[in-house]
Ligand binder design. Structure first.
Ligand code: WTA
Length: 649
């Protein structure tokens, strides 16, 4: 076995984790597989503050998914904010819950559990007075300020459903989401701050709310003090209503399967889907995985530098850490501001012990040179996590050797918006690691590799990654469209959850994710659909047709490669290129950029008119000479033209 890293002694020492070695791991995994109901009922009763403890485990199955959503802990009653806040007051009310570091180094705020509890109650009470009720939707369109987490928890306190929209999304994308879930309330801020720049969140909200949207109130937190437009009767300042709220507002009791939040994510077709997570199962999975995988200890200072606009921010900045009574960092800035030492400056100043980031950041920082790391004291670090895309062994080794000085265990955590939390991963004190492998499944996760025809691949091999059995944290449905949920995740292999990822399993049973096999792009850990780019591009009058694929990018993981057919009479000019970037920005968001653009005479299509994306992907990858048989194309000559004009880095 080459490249197998034993767990460093320091990570093992004093671990409170019940899973401290591979034998214990196997024992837990075997119990969860043999008796999921018994296993998860026991775990959830120990880990979650239920008002009425559940006696029911899983109802329904993947085979019956078309009849309706899965249910876990169906007869349990709870409000998840009592797990995240109230229960910690008696034992650790003065412990720091949220440690915030603003855009400027050293601009910090802390909220203890007592303070956070009071602020969440006040905010919930203010939202209640603004008319938000149990089951209604509130959109949260904010930057990385503590108030974003407070807003999420305040909605949850009322039993209202939040949907956080990443602050980089455009007004159009925001409007689509507001409409799709018929949100009554939008919570935003005057401006966001990031890397010394400001982001006009309120102005974008105003634009998104023009026309018929059903939004009755916009609650605005003041972050920068910049002047903003004001719609009387609709807009309300946070500081005018929250301080008067009830600091001890009782939580609304919810059913285990009440929706907790909707998070929109890109799929291979059409519009983004509103993935729905429910209260009881989600909080169980968030608490369990956060504690187990990172080997959380009472005095840890835990930092996940994602954004609350993505699922990682939901589960591993807010819900998992708070349900565990941990100190969780919220970071407003970027790894490169004011310079590429920022993360390690954070580690030194705050004594961070667990640090969780994305491969794209690791690759970008590795390229800046080791001196930005070694300048800072990282001796407090114990566990280093990565998530969002496959990590290449070079980046893994840099993280292990340079950042962690060989003393930390790396947890390469594979999961998805739809899985709610981590599914394949090392467990910090237990699992020997291999650079580039997400290693082994969490207890309760039963991966299955399949051929495209659905045949099971046993032992070592490569195939499509599916999961065989339900687990508490998985998404229940797509908001307003259960059929789409069933078709997307269970249509390919009936009775199995299909992840959309390709995966290898080696002789040790270790899993190696190879990336998406569908038309989802993963650019710097941002998940985007090729269909979203294509529809943005063809909305420009100059473009007749567009096909977008990913290509390997040394820092971003994947880059965006667009093949466009221009309307007759059009030519590619700098202006036109700007227009194309512009439509992507306005239709999707600031994070949606085309990296390579190629004008082609036509797209390669089959005789039935289907675009052969496989060919376009190969050409974008620089493997245009490995196309194989193209004789089924309606016009094989377009391929030669595309190959000849391919863009190289
Ligand atoms: C990819 C992010 C390899 C994968 C939590 C998945 C990964 C998609 C890993 C989900 C990993 C996530 N190794 N690939 N450790 N983690 N992915 O919904 O393709 O934003 O399907 O959730 O990211 O992206 P999403």
């Amino acid at each position: 076995m080459t490249d197998l890293h034993a767990v460093p002694a320091r990570v093992r020492a004093g671990s409170p984790n019940p899973i401290t070695d591979l034998d214990r791991y196997r024992e837990h995994a075997a119990r969860a597989a043999a008796n999921p109901d018994g296993f998860w009922l026991e775990e959830t009763r120990r880990r979650v503050a239920w008002r009425t403890e559940p006696t029911q485990g899983l109802a329904s199955s993947f085979h019956d998914i078309a009849q309706g959503p899965l249910s876990w802990f169906g007869d349990g009653r709870l409000n998840i904010t009592e797990s995240c806040l109230d229960r910690h007051l008696a034992t650790q009310g003065d412990k720091v819950a949220i440690l915030w570091e603003g855009d400027e180094p050293g601009d910090c705020r802390t909220l203890t559990y007592r303070e956070l509890h009071a602020e969440v109650c006040r905010t919930a009470s203010a939202l209640q007075r603004l008319g938000l009720k149990r089951g209604e939707r509130a959109i949260i369109y904010m930057g990385m300020v503590p108030e974003a987490a407070i807003a999420m928890l305040a909605c949850a306190r009322l039993g209202a459903i939040h949907s956080v929209v990443f602050g980089g999304f455009s007004a159009e994308a925001l409007r689509d989401r507001i409409r799709d879930c018929s949100a009554e309330v939008v919570i935003t801020q005057d401006e966001g701050r990031r890397a010394g720049r400001t982001i006009p969140l309120k102005a974008t909200t105003d634009l998104a709310c023009t026309g018929e949207t059903g939004v009755k109130k916009v609650l605005v937190y003041r972050r920068t003090g910049a002047p903003v437009e004001w719609t009387e009767g609709r807009d309300v300042w946070w500081h005018d209503v929250v301080p008067q709220g009830d600091a001890a507002l009782p939580a609304t009791e919810c059913a285990a399967e009440d929706p907790l939040f909707i998070l929109y994510t890109s799929g291979s077709t059409g519009r983004p889907k509103g993935v729905v997570h429910t209260c009881g199962g989600y909080i169980t999975w968030a608490q369990y995985t956060h504690r187990t995988v990172f080997d959380l200890r009472d005095d840890d200072v835990y930092a996940c530098v994602a954004d609350v606009g993505w699922i990682t921010g939901h589960t591993y900045i807010v819900y998992g850490p708070l349900a565990n009574g941990a100190t969780t960092l919220m970071f407003e800035s970027t790894p490169l501001y004011p310079d590429s030492g920022r993360y390690w400056d954070l580690v030194q100043r705050h004594g961070i012990t667990i640090f969780y980031t994305a491969p794209t950041a690791i690759r970008a920082l590795a390229a800046c040179g080791d001196e930005h790391v070694s300048r800072y004291d990282r001796s407090t670090l114990r566990v280093l996590g990565t998530v969002g895309e496959p990590i290449n062994p070079e980046a893994w080794n840099w993280y292990y050797d340079v950042v962690g000085e060989g003393r930390c265990n790396i947890v390469d955590t594979w999961w998805q918006t739809e899985t709610g939390g981590i599914c394949l991963t090392p467990i910090a004190p237990a699992t020997p690691t291999k650079p580039g492998s997400a290693t082994l499944p969490m207890p309760g996760i039963l991966p299955s590799l399949r051929t495209p025809e659905g045949r099971v691949i046993r032992g070592p091999g490569e195939g499509l990654l599916c999961i065989e059995q339900p687990w508490p944290g998985q998404a229940r449905t797509v908001w307003g469209d259960h059929e789409r949920f069933v078709a997307t995740y269970f249509g390919m292999f009936p009775g199995l959850y299909f992840t959309g990822d390709g995966c290898k399993r080696d002789a040790d049973g270790y899993y190696w994710i190879t990336g998406r096999v569908d038309d989802v792009l993963n650019v710097s850990g941002h998940r985007m659909g090729t269909a979203e780019f294509e529809s943005a591009l063809v909305s420009s009058e100059a473009i007749a047709e567009a096909a977008v694929v990913g290509f390997p990018h040394p820092i971003k993981g994947q880059g965006v490669y667009a093949y466009v057919v221009l309307q007759s009479g059009q030519a590619l000019t700098d202006d036109l290129e700007q227009t194309m970037q512009g439509v992507c920005r306005t239709r999707i968001g600031a994070h949606a950029r085309v990296d390579r653009l190629q004008v082609v005479p036509g797209l390669p299509k089959t005789r039935s008119g289907k675009v052969m994306r496989r060919l376009l992907r190969k050409i974008a990858e620089g493997r245009g000479d490995e196309l194989g048989d193209v004789s089924t194309l309606a016009d094989p000559t377009v391929v030669d033209a595309i190959r000849a004009g391919a863009q190289r880095g």
